[in-house]
Write a protein that binds this ligand. Structure first.
Ligand code: SF4
Ligand code: SF4
Ligand code: SF4
Length: 322
């Protein structure tokens, strides 16, 4: 199929963001991810297929969706609000518009690369005057790498700054096809131990570590910027041995890319409920930038990777040198 006709499924757009690249970013969130990180704050990005999401808190119990649905998915619970049997749902969307409380939606719509570009172009025209641009994220955008690559190409021929945010879990050829049109790239480093990585993210880490190395080399050679991003998750990857190995690894990467450390935040629990799933971890404390675990990472980086730039918090990441 011609790339012009190929479609990708996208579940969200973001405007005026300051945490995922330099300056002000316009975001496109691609649906589908091969990882299953227990703390994922974007559960609507996990499945590559469109899916029903219901905000039960806003339901008035009017029974419209009970009558409209041809598959018997909806019923009214003892508390007077809707009960949704997601296992029966065909994600047809018939119940969305009739819901008077507007608490139902289908997450995920199909777009060609040109349609995505046209949709965000107005914001990009506004932001390209400064150090701003587009960031493609997810889910994992590399699951739909062909359309992602074409969106970035269209941005580059229009002089728009481009960035991606990836888990790095994909064939190198797919990552390279996207990175060739990127001015900067974020790539995640969740845990240095492969068995532990598999336990907490569902996949081992060898391919990711290899891709971080190759991407560092590729971006550095082209004078582009790469940021390795480490989100600290209490009880998952906040052990000293992991950070020591991470610091040693960072010191070996071509071009010494920036390490950006994100203190844990959890904004995803309601999103799980809305698609009928349970969060992998709940009740973890939010972390501040001043947390002593962040200080420990900084000390280990100073000891083992003193020449690697270190930034804390998304808003400070990826500010490229002039
Ligand atoms: S999306 Fe379709 S199948 Fe699912 S609850 Fe609504 S009407 Fe029923
Ligand atoms: S149509 Fe909307 S408000 Fe009415 S019962 Fe269904 S979810 Fe609730
Ligand atoms: S890589 Fe990102 S989107 Fe995928 S499961 Fe992990 S946190 Fe969620």
């Amino acid at each position: 199929m011609d790339i012009k006709d190929k479609q990708a499924i996208v579940f969200d757009f973001g405007r005026f963001r300051n945490t995922d690249g330099e300056g002000i970013r316009t975001m496109i969130f691609f649906k589908g991810c091969p990882l299953r990180c227990k703390w994922c704050a974007n559960p609507w990005g996990l499945s590559v297929r469109p899916q029903l999401a219901v905000n039960r808190d806003r339901c008035t119990g009017c029974e419209t969706c009970v009558r409209v649905c041809p598959h018997g998915v909806n019923s009214i619970d003892d508390d007077g609000k809707v009960r949704v049997d997601f296992s029966k749902c065909e994600n047809c969307g018939l119940c969305v518009l009739p819901c008077p409380a507007k608490c139902r939606q289908i997450s995920g719509s199909s777009y060609t690369a040109r349609e995505l570009f046209d949709r965000v172009y107005r914001d990009l025209t506004f932001t390209r005057r400064g150090k701003s641009g587009i960031t493609l994220s997810g889910g994992e955008l590399l699951m739909q790498w062909e359309v992602a690559s074409e969106v970035l190409r269209l941005c580059k021929v229009n002089y728009i700054d481009t960035c991606i945010e990836t888990s790095g879990f994909a064939p190198w050829d797919h990552l390279k096809a996207v990175a060739q049109y990127c001015d900067s790239a974020f790539i995640d480093l969740k845990h240095m131990d492969s068995a532990r990585h598999k336990e907490i993210c569902g996949v081992p880490n060898e391919r990711i570590l290899e891709n971080i190395r190759r991407l560092s080399d590729y971006m550095h050679e082209r004078g582009k910027y790469i940021i390795v991003r480490h989100a600290v998750i209490p009880g998952m990857n906040d052990d000293e041995d992991n950070w020591r190995e991470m610091a040693k690894y960072m010191a070996t990467l071509p071009g010494l890319p920036e390490l950006n450390v994100l203190p844990y935040h959890n904004l995803g629990e309601l999103k799980y409920e809305m698609i009928g799933q349970e969060a992998g971890v709940t009740g973890l404390d939010m972390m501040k930038k001043s947390d002593e675990r962040i200080e420990r990472i900084a000390k280990l980086m100073a000891e083992y990777a003193p020449d690697t730039p270190l930034t804390i918090g998304g808003e400070n990441a990826g500010q490229r040198p002039e």
